[in-house]
Design a protein around this ligand. Sequence first.
Ligand code: PLP
Length: 411
Amino acid sequence: MIDNNILRQLMRKVNKSFYVYDEEEILKSINILKDKFKEFEILYSVKTNPNKNILNLMSKNNIGADAASAEEVQMSSTANINKDNIIYSAPGKRRKDIEKSIDKCIITADSYNELSLLNEIGKDRNIHLEVGLRINANYNIFGGDPISSKYGVDEETLLENKNFIDSLSNIKIVGVHVHLQSQILDYEIIYNYYEYVLKLALFCKEEMNFNLKFINFGGGLGISYGDSYKNLDIDKLSTMSNKLIEIYKEKLNARFIIEIGRFLVCKSGTYVTPIIDIKESRGTKYLIVQNGYNGFFKPTISELILFYTNKKDNLKMMEPLFTSYDSYTISLIKRENEEENHKEVVTIGGNLCTAVDILAKDILIAKAEINDLIFINNAGSYAYSLTPLLFSSQEKPVEIYFISEYEYLID
Ligand SMILES: Cc1ncc(COP(=O)(O)O)c(C=O)c1O
């Protein structure tokens, strides 16, 4: 476990802002998923956190990769993830992205144009490609009308495109991929969605004549970010979903896949940045840290949303940029060991020349001195990978992959 002493020790070592990812935490999540979702294969959504040591850990534990770019395919391949366990799905793939990835993964087409492009590439190379197809299901997980989406092809257009699909001589659709929503905390919503995807897969097999080898249900497993969140009931969800797969297993005879991001890594990550300066302006006390939004972007987005809406609760998620105002906590550690019992209200800003570079406005925090450390939890997912690093050319945080107090890898 990473405690304050370890965070101090790591800061002494790197002497700059850092992310630290706790291997033990990630392993715990891997083991929960593997233990519970026995009927499913698990892919790790690389975009959540593409740290290479995390990818290596996934690979060693037989977790595949949900790659969202040719580069993520390459990174997954470098981590020794087998070709059959890397699925490349993203809108807007160019010919060169596909050509770079074709031997390293299974490609999921995101549009009818992309199916044509894959077919052309197959013809040019005189090969037959087995590909997946992302489908925008005719289903709204919250009830109501299905939504328009930039992802995949609309389910209701499949039949009218059957002749076109059948005419593609050099590709075969062997998989379907659906992903509608991240961060769902209601097990029944996820279960009902899985059931819908299975029915859709059956339709694809029976009506579209797809020779299905995999059904990818996408992500969605939510996590509790703090006290205001309930926990997703993983026990109920997995028990019911495993039973559901039992019913469809024989009819579909395919691999059943879920692709998971935050559940695997979010809690493992902590962001730490040192306080460089402390000052006051017209009644507000500012802590200036080494990296504000050029270290961890999401808190700044929360502050922006608060500024425009004046609301902290019941705000719509905008994943992955905004989950909720309280999807992390910001705390202070004294640089040396001593405890600090006095608290004060401060605003925490970074070193960028923009007034937007604020991590937290008017928060109550232990009384700070220069060189103390600000740390933020829940920083293992959509944290470093979402952060704009280039503005003002400031020094970037490093990433530390923590195995034990005596063994950690710094990137
Ligand atoms: C297609 C797809 N699959 C899986 C995920 C992972 O989602 P989560 O982090 O909620 O597990 C995402 C996240 O955006 C996604 O777009």
